[in-house]
Design a protein around this ligand. Structure first.
Ligand SMILES: Nc1ncnc2c1ncn2[C@@H]1O[C@H](COP(=O)(O)OP(=O)(O)OP(=O)(O)O)[C@@H](O)[C@H]1O
Length: 226
């Protein structure tokens, strides 16, 4: 449950969504993707979410859930190229130009060497990077990333933060990125949204605002005895 959220996210922007476990980060994303009902008004680019149909296919929204799983063997490159489905349809054959884009997306994430591997045999962190490469091909206007660095080592964490921050600052996207990783935030420009606060609001990312959020999150959540 998320309550008392009154805010307007600028376009474009990078927004780091933080909060204790269970504070509602995933819930917020599920509301924005139309998977959960809500009270009040939630709009994406001026359109009420409950009235939106297939926002993803309209090119408005790209969503990276916390866990994505696949139970059949598929080459990484074949999975990534599916990020082009909106330009193609899922069942039509992809052209060499699509595969070139898939290879470039893998390279940007730093996992070009995995292109021919079976996705199901990759480590959790490698799979997370491949999903991100696929998402980047969707060319959506708004990206919701649910803890995209959760399983990553320190090198890839920083690399992914830099990459998705670039989506906002260089490519004009609006990126909402939930995370428990505060260490990489002070170097980024954008906003911080702490859902553990009683009345969460956007704060400009700075060393001070990240320090404040950290101090808040190091305390027990409201209503939990320490
Ligand atoms: N399907 C559900 N039915 C009932 N309650 C749910 C459901 N999904 C989540 N919740 C509850 O909603 C609250 C917010 O959960 P949510 O997954 O949004 O938290 P979160 O901030 O993403 O947490 P984390 O950092 O652990 O990923 C939690 O108390 C959770 O138990």
């Amino acid at each position: 449950m998320v309550r008392n959220l009154f805010l307007c996210v600028p376009v474009p922007a990078f927004v780091a969504v933080v909060g204790h476990n269970g504070s509602g980060k995933t819930t917020l994303f599920r509301v924005l993707t139309g998977q959960l009902p809500y009270q009040g008004s939630v709009q994406l680019h001026g359109q009420e979410v409950r009235d939106l149909r297939r926002a993803a296919s309209a090119g408005l929204l790209g969503y990276l859930p916390q866990r994505g799983s696949i139970d059949f063997a598929i080459a990484v490159r074949e999975l990534v190229v599916m990020g082009r489905y909106r330009h193609h349809g899922l069942l039509s054959a992809y052209a060499p130009a699509d595969y070139a884009l898939a290879d470039a997306a893998l390279a940007r994430v730093g996992v070009a060497h995995l292109a021919a591997r079976d996705f199901t045999q990759l480590s959790g962190g490698e799979q997370q990077l491949v999903w991100l490469a696929q998402l980047s091909l969707q060319d959506a206007q708004v990206y919701l990333l649910d803890e995209p660095t959760q399983q990553l080592d320190v090198y890839y964490r920083r690399r992914v933060f830099t990459l998705v921050h670039d989506w906002a600052t260089r490519h004009g996207k609006t990126v909402l990125c939930s995370t428990h990783d505060l260490d990489n935030l002070p170097e980024l420009s954008g906003y911080l949204l702490n859902l553990s606060e009683p009345q969460p609001q956007l704060r400009v990312i700075s060393a001070d605002s990240v320090r404040e959020a950290r101090a808040w999150l190091e305390q027990a959540p409201l209503g939990v005895k320490s």
